[in-house]
Design a protein around this ligand. Sequence first.
Ligand code: UTP
Length: 295
Amino acid sequence: MRKITKAVIPAAGLGTRFLPATKAMPKEMLPIIDKPTIQYIVDEAIESGIEDLIIVTGKGKRAIEDHFDNAFELEYRLMDKEKLELLTEVQRSSSIDIHYIRQKEPNGLGHAIWCARRFIGDEPFAVLLGDDIVVSEEPCLKQLIQFYEQMNASIVGIQPVKESETHRYGIIDYTEQMGRLYRVNKFIEKPTKGTAPSNLAIMGRYILEPEVFDFLEQQEKGAGGEIQLTDAIQRMNEVRPVYAYNFHGTRYDVGEKLGFILTTIQFALQNDELRTPVLSGLKEILQEEKMLKIV
Ligand code: UTP
């Protein structure tokens, strides 16, 4: 069995759902409270035992590289002003070694992963998408790695979603369920409304065998005119079994506006300093809405 030490974080998308904010700023740098979403993802990878990280970037994504780089002047000033807690936070994000590769055109998630093929070589590897932040006792990716170590097969992280939401996700059709583990018959990217075979949706965490690159290499454009990772995984599944694992933990969807706003509120309510003032702010807003008979 080969150990999982490498992970790919694709971050080269256009982030159209957050325009105009993402015209000049990467969507992955939008903060939940005071931490860019991509840092939650990098932290999860490291806590799961990943040693080598590659971020796939594109045009206008320099801020991501700067965020994970040293910031000598800022660090010097924080030290000078004895803001040591902030200094530790700032230094933490530059303490890991991250590699970068450019996806020259945003041709889809599948294409972004394919761009990392030389870095990965002939090893199984992890993929983490920044659209989903998972809070769990055991890091989500670590749960998948443990299953990979038992099954020695590619595995994707899933969770149930509302029936009315299935058209937004990659959905699995399964033949067998073993506790939280599913033997997948078919992966379907964004099924049209009312046609999804289940409500189990792919959630931005994968352990993939390197053979997936052979399928990505020949993958044609799918949903949205993009080269879809789900389509390549499905073709691989036809010759090498791919499993799905319903991971433990709460998943926060930060890839679209409503999810992003609700996640910010929920994270603020879990923050000792912010909980009370945010609650009283929310109460005031609700009272005003009640007076106007909106809620
Ligand atoms: P998304 O579809 O959620 O991201 O892709 P997006 O395309 O940036 O956002 P919208 O839909 O236009 O609002 C999931 C992940 O895959 C990356 C994105 O950066 C995101 O982290 N991605 C997507 C790429 O790296 N390259 C692509 O060509 C497409």
